[in-house]
Ligand binder design. Structure first.
Ligand SMILES: Nc1ncnc2c1ncn2[C@@H]1O[C@H](COP(=O)(O)OP(=O)(O)O)[C@@H](O)[C@H]1O
Ligand SMILES: [Mg+2]
Length: 245
C-alpha cells in the first residue's frame, strides 16, 4: 500500500541545512498497525508528516498503491489526503464548542460526504468507539480519553485507507492509552492500515504488528510486534465491531 524508498529530509537551521532523515525505506502493508518508535528528536514526526503528505521529501520516493505521491502539487496532495488518509494528533485538535457528533460530521462535510449519511455515520462511529452516550456532549466537557475517541471516530468517517497517529496516547493515562490503542488495533484490518508514532515502546510491543525504530533519522531496527500470538482475539473483536458492537 505505502512504500518509502530512500527518503531524505533536511531543514534549514541558522544558515545550515540539518538533515533529519537519511535515506529511510519502509513499507506499510494493508491490515497492519505499524508503530514508529525512537528517542525524542529522532525524526518520527518528520517521517509521519512525509507519509501524510503534510510535507515533501527532498529525496527518495513515496509510493501509494504504486503511485508516486512525493512530488504532487499542494492541491493534489490535499485531495489525496482527503480521499485516503485520516489523522489523529496528540492534542486531539477537536473544536471544543462543537458536540462530539458535530466534530465528526464536520470532517465528513470536508470530505464531501452526503449530510444525512454523515449524521448517521457519525453516530455509528461514536458508538463504535464507546461514546454512544456522549454524542451530543460539547467536546470541551469530555475527558482526554473521550476526546481521543472522538478524534478516532473523526479520522474514520471518510473511510481512509491509512490512519496516521502522532503520539495519540501522549496525553492519556495508561488505561485510556491501552483503550485507544486497542481501537486503533481494530481499525488495522482489511485494506486499511494504521501508522502510529509513539515513544512508548511497551505499548508498541503490545499492540503493533511491526515496530520501526528510528535513531538519528535512520531506521535502526524493524521488528515484529507482540500481535502474532493475538490473532484469535483480534478476529473476535473485529467480528464484534461488525455485528452491532
Ligand atoms: N519544521 C522544522 N524546521 C526545522 N527543524 C525541524 C522541523 N521539524 C523538525 N525539525 C527538527 O528535526 C528533528 C527531528 O524532529 P521530529 O521529527 O519532530 O522528531 P521526533 O518526532 O522524533 O521527536 C529535530 O531536531 C527538530 O528540531
Ligand atoms: Mg514528534
Amino acid at each position: 500500500m505505502f512504500e518509502l524508498h530512500q527518503i531524505s529530509k533536511a531543514y534549514p537551521l541558522g544558515g545550515d541545512l540539518i538533515e533529519v532523515l537519511h535515506g529511510v525505506s519502509m513499507e506499510i502493508k494493508p491490515g497492519k498497525l505499524v508503530a514508529i518508535v525512537g528517542p525524542s528528536g529522532s525524526g518520527k514526526s518528520t517521517l509521519l508528516n512525509l507519509i501524510g503528505t503534510l510535507d515533501t521529501p527532498d529525496d527518495g520516493r513515496l509510493l501509494f498503491d504504486g503511485r508516486d505521491i512525493g512530488k504532487l502539487s499542494p492541491s493534489a496532495r490535499a485531495s489525496f489526503r482527503a480521499d485516503n488518509l485520516g489523522f489523529i494528533f496528540q492534542f486531539f485538535n477537536l473544536l471544543p464548542g462543537l458536540t462530539a457528533r458535530q466534530n465528526v460530521e464536520l470532517a465528513a462535510a470536508i470530505g464531501h460526504r452526503d449530510r444525512h449519511y454523515s449524521r448517521q455515520r457519525a453516530g455509528e462511529l461514536l458508538e463504535l468507539v464507546g461514546l454512544g452516550d456522549k454524542v451530543d456532549a460539547p467536546a470541551r466537557n469530555l475527558s482526554g480519553g473521550q476526546m481521543q475517541r472522538v478524534a478516532i471516530a473523526r479520522a474514520l468517517v471518510n473511510e481512509p485507507r491509512l490512519i496516521l497517529a502522532d503520539e495519540p496516547t501522549g496525553n492519556l493515562d495508561q488505561r485510556n492509552a491501552a483503550g485507544v490503542l486497542q481501537l486503533l488495533r481494530e481499525q488495522a484490518s482489511g485494506d486499511r492500515a494504521v501508522a502510529m508514532v509513539t515513544h512508548d515502546r511497551e505499548l508498541a510491543e503490545r499492540f503493533a504488528d511491526e515496530i520501526v525504530t528510528l535513531v538519528d533519522g535512520r531506521i535502526e531496527e524493524m521488528a515484529a510486534g507482540g500481535q502474532n500470538g493475538k490473532r484469535g482475539f483480534r478476529l473476535v473483536s473485529n467480528l464484534a465491531s461488525l455485528i452491532g458492537r
